[in-house]
Design a protein around this ligand. Structure first.
Ligand code: HEC
Length: 208
């Protein structure tokens, strides 16, 4: 091997080394510095949280469905549950596999589309017999902030801006832990979040 070839080889090895350090740094940024990279919710002086801004542009991760017709006419969370993760929290979860401090997850409810619905609440459309989304019918939010909510297991606080058509409430107070947090603690797959129902999150977790 000539000296020139050897020098070229060494230079390219060094270049690859630098590139991998740079890309590694980019990938681990959330692990080193979670809190400053994650957008936090806005809280009012009375401790209530402000309605999030533009949650429908967050990362949409799933739409569990509990039709009223399958729940005695009155599902606890009627009916579609559209779940959106605030994008900076999603990126951190993808990078580290953990929900960072500051995580915000919104759940917006919609009714099912009404069109000659049958006994199970299904309608028959050009796509077949089944369920489609109708109108917005409520908004909830969970926030992970163990500094602000030291008494909430896992630091997760839960809020509702109303189970009703828009406009939703502008702000909401955290529910006591037994109202919401306890069921999430008992049944959710990953740190109080029901990732068992969200393939998008299972695929993203630690994938960066
Ligand atoms: C009996 C169990 C139970 C209770 C009580 C409960 N939840 Fe949930 N929650 C769920 C399930 C199951 C999901 C998964 C998605 C779905 O089906 O809505 C969920 C999902 C959520 C999500 C989306 C993030 C996630 O963890 O998947 C939010 C936000 C949420 N719930 C808010 C609330 C609020 C606010 C309350 C209290 C008023 C509450 N929950 C009470 C069972 C519960």
């Amino acid at each position: 091997m000539t000296i020139l070839v050897r020098r070229l080889l060494l230079a390219s090895v060094a270049a690859v080394g630098v590139m991998s350090i740079v890309s590694c740094a980019a990938n681990t940024v959330y692990a080193d510095d979670n809190e400053s990279k994650v957008n936090h919710a806005s809280f009012n002086d009375d401790g209530s949280v402000a309605q999030p801004v533009n949650w429908r542009r967050w990362v949409f991760v799933g739409a569990p469905l509990t039709p009223n017709a399958l729940n005695g006419g009155n599902a606890p969370f009627p009916e579609y549950h559209n779940v959106y993760v605030e994008p900076s929290a999603f990126e951190a979860y993808a990078a580290t596999g953990k929900w960072p401090e500051g995580t915000q997850i919104a759940k917006e409810l919609t009714t099912i589309y009404e069109n000659n619905n049958d006994a199970v609440g299904a309608s028959t459309e050009v796509s077949g017999r089944g369920f489609q989304q109708g109108e917005f019918s409520g908004l909830e939010l969970t926030v992970k902030d163990s500094t602000r909510f030291p008494d909430m297991p896992g630091g997760w606080a839960y809020f509702s801006f109303g189970h009703k058509p828009q406009p939703y409430e502008e702000s909401a107070k955290a529910f006591p832990a037994e109202s919401c947090n306890a069921c999430h603690a008992a049944s959710a797959a990953d740190d109080f979040v029901f990732t068992q129902f969200y393939p998008v999150l299972r695929a993203a977790k630690g994938s960066m």
